[in-house]
Design a protein around this ligand. Structure first.
Ligand code: DUC
Ligand code: ZN
Ligand code: ZN
Length: 491
């Protein structure tokens, strides 16, 4: 009998700290050995000339999320996780979104019923907290953190989701007291609403005016405010989908003062600009997301943030609305005014290849930085580490084998999501995942899907270690113990 179920031989293994050549022996879905000349496996994969990295963790994506405006997401868990797997991702964390007037438990139950039996890869849930009436902040949320739903998104904009500052303070206090990780969508709702009214009054309804309704100041102000609220409470927070220099400066400043502030960015802020919102007729709608893509100098600022450690997480923010679809970008027909065009672009499958090609292969970031941003740090920040996000003995054997020289022209017809476009159509990239392995099972190989839906498992998250405040994080909230958690190590 073979010693291992699967042996991956001769690849260059990449972790968040090292690269080295070794074989990987896998048994019962876990990494069981890392050494040269390992004994035989029942199945053998030759990875000479290839890179073996932890499977990607896409810690921010939206699948089958119920919407209040009549739009419908094109991807559920079946097509979304398939697409992710083809792009080298082995874990996703989408959002169980609380609808106003409902409990968080309702959202979690509903989301389980949407995902059960559908997924090809493993998944956890973030919560979206949109209504803190009743016992949501002081009873439901703590109980859900205990149950493995340890991270939650707070919106500062969108009428049906946003919390005001006072409500945000309540939720952040719960995060501090119960060890949850708060993620904040930082844009100033009143500024957006006011600018939108002015634009519509002036007849400026086309997709490109989406950018004008949300200029960088709107994001900068909200980022500053979110960080101030977190500082007041004394709690770590993560600012999601940061689009450029202005918000980056706020995050960098808070980090430099010793605050536990984390940052996430996404491919759209590296590879798209505001000009893409203005392309031929209505096609700019394909690139509408919030915050919007900026300009080339902001793209450079985002690259610098990735290189210098301002950002810990690189996610897709996959929000799948088809273009030629009355339940998607054309919800009000061919001339849908920009405020009604659903926000979001697809990106589960292209996230890793884009960053690998333009980041690693072009020498902007190292391979360990790539691994940290796309797998290890998200696993740490959201309480999945070390089960997920690294190559170490005892970890789940979630691995992606990369051909670093494979050249691909991105074409939507070759992707596996259900969206009818990709904003990266025609882009040439170098480096592509050729094999994706989830818990020791080869799920995608050379463009073939080898497994059935439903094998993906729900993951309960631990309390994230970074959610323990460090010694710089005092709380100004009366009654909140300012020193109880200070002994915990920082990442
Ligand atoms: N912005 C969000 O906040 N969520 C989904 C997509 C988007 O563009
Ligand atoms: Zn958001
Ligand atoms: Zn999002």
């Amino acid at each position: 009998m073979a010693d291992f179920d699967l042996v991956i031989r001769g690849g260059k293994i990449a972790t968040a700290s090292d690269t080295f050549h070794a074989d990987i022996g896998i048994k019962d879905g876990k990494i069981a050995a890392l050494a040269n000349n390992l004994a035989k496996g029942t199945v053998e994969l030759d990875a000479k000339g290839k890179i073996v990295a932890p499977g990607g963790i896409d810690a921010h994506c939206h699948l089958d999320q119920p919407m209040t405006d009549g739009t419908v997401m094109a991807d559920g868990f079946e097509s979304g996780t398939k697409s992710a797997a083809f792009g080298g991702t082995t874990t996703i964390i989408p959002f169980a979104c609380q609808m106003r007037g409902h409990t968080l438990r309702d959202a979690v139950q509903d989301y389980h019923s949407r995902s059960d039996g559908e997924a090809y890869i493993d998944y956890a849930f973030h919560l979206i907290v949109s209504d803190i009436s009743g016992s949501v902040a002081n009873q439901e949320l703590p109980a859900l953190i205990d149950d493995g739903y340890t991270s939650f998104k707070i919106y500062m904009t969108y009428d049906d989701l946003k919390l005001d500052d006072r409500e945000i303070l309540e939720v952040l206090t719960t995060a501090r007291e119960h060890g949850g990780m708060a993620m904040i969508h930082a844009e100033n709702a009143d500024c957006i609403e006011w600018l939108t009214e002015k634009l519509l009054q002036a007849g400026k309804t086309q997709p490109q005016y989406h950018w004008h309704s949300r200029p960088p100041i709107v994001e900068r102000e909200a980022t500053h405010r979110a960080l101030s609220l977190a500082e007041l409470v004394g709690v770590p927070v993560l600012i999601v989908h940061v689009s450029g220099e202005e918000a980056i400066k706020q995050i960098r400043d808070a980090q430099a003062r010793g605050l536990q502030v984390y940052g996430e960015t996404c491919p759209q802020y590296l590879f798209l600009t505001a000009e893409d919102l203005g392309i031929d007729d209505f096609h700019g709608a394909k690139c509408i997301c919030s915050p919007p893509p900026r300009d080339e100098s902001n793209q450079e600022a985002v690259w610098l943030g990735l290189e210098t450690g301002v950002f810990q997480v690189f996610s897709s923010d996959h929000a799948p609305f088809s273009f030629d679809d009355p339940k998607g970008k054309l919800i009000r027909g061919e001339e849908t005014p920009f405020p009604y065009i659903p926000n979001g672009i697809p990106g589960l499958e292209t996230r890793l290849p884009l960053l690998f090609s333009e980041g690693v292969n072009k020498g902007r970031i190292t391979l360990p930085q790539f691994v940290a941003l796309t797998a290890t740090s998200p696993a740490q920040i959201y309480g999945l580490y070390p089960r997920k996000g690294t190559v170490s003995i005892g970890a789940d054997a979630d691995l992606t084998i990369w051909d670093p020289n494979k050249e691909v022209t991105i074409r939507n017809e070759n992707l596996h999501h259900n969206v009818d476009y990709t904003p990266y159509e025609g882009m040439d990239v170098k480096g592509w995942p050729t094999t994706t392995i989830s818990r020791g099972e080869i799920i995608v190989q050379d463009g073939e899907l080898l497994v059935q839906k439903g094998r993906g498992a729900f993951l309960r998250c631990e309390r994230p270690k970074p959610a323990q405040p460090n010694q710089h994080m005092k709380s100004f909230v009366p009654g909140v113990n300012a020193s109880s958690n200070f002994a915990e190590p920082r990442y």
